[in-house]
Design a protein around this ligand. Sequence first.
Ligand SMILES: Nc1ncnc2c1ncn2[C@@H]1O[C@H](COP(=O)(O)OP(=O)(O)OP(=O)(O)O)[C@@H](O)[C@H]1O
Ligand SMILES: [Mg+2]
Length: 169
Amino acid sequence: MLKNKLGITNEMELAKEEERISKIKAKAMLENDFFKDKKAGTIDSLLAIHCFLFEDIYDFAGKLRDVNISKGSFRFAAAMYLPAAIQAVEKMPQKSFTEIVEKYVEMNIIHPFLEGNGRSMRLWLDQILRAELRAVIDWSQVKKEDYLLAMERSPIKDTEIYLQSLGCF
Ligand SMILES: Nc1ncnc2c1ncn2[C@@H]1O[C@H](COP(=O)(O)OP(=O)(O)OP(=O)(O)O)[C@@H](O)[C@H]1O
Ligand SMILES: [Mg+2]
C-alpha cells in the first residue's frame, strides 16, 4: 500500500482514485499543449509527464525511485544504477519505428518510478511517435492482456510489442 496525499488507506479505493485522477490529467495534457515545450524521448519529458499525472496523489510524482522493484519474476533496473541507466536510454536513437520500440522496451526495463510507469511511458511513447513519425498508437485497439504479455516478454524479445504496436497505428 503506497503512502498517498489523499489519505486513502484501502488499496482498491486508491487504485480507483488513481485511475480517475490520472485519466482527467492525461486528457488535460493532450488538450492543453503540455508537450509543446518538451523534447520527445527525453528524461525531462518523462519526469514531467509523471509529475503532471500524479502530483495530486504521490510525493514521488516526477521523481526517480530509490528502491528496487519487480513484477512477476522480472526485477527492473537496480535503483543504484538508475540515474546512469536512464541517461543511456535517453541517448538511444528514435528515428525509425524499430528504434522507437527498442527505446520504449529499454525504458520499461528501467521502470523509473515506484508506480505509474506504464501510464507515463505510454504517453511518452506517443509523444516520440508523433514527433518522429507523425503517428500515434490507437490504444483502444490494444487488448490489455495482450499488451501486458508482450511487455512481460519484451526483455527477452521485443518482437511481440513491436507487432502489437504496428497493428494499432
Ligand atoms: N513482468 C513484467 N516484465 C516487464 N514489464 C512488465 C511486467 N509486468 C508489467 N510490466 C510493465 O509495467 C507496466 C506497469 O507498471 P506500473 O504499475 O508502474 O504502471 P501503471 O501505470 O501503474 O500500470 P499500467 O501500465 O497497467 O496502467 C506495464 O504497463 C508493463 O509495461
Ligand atoms: Mg501500477
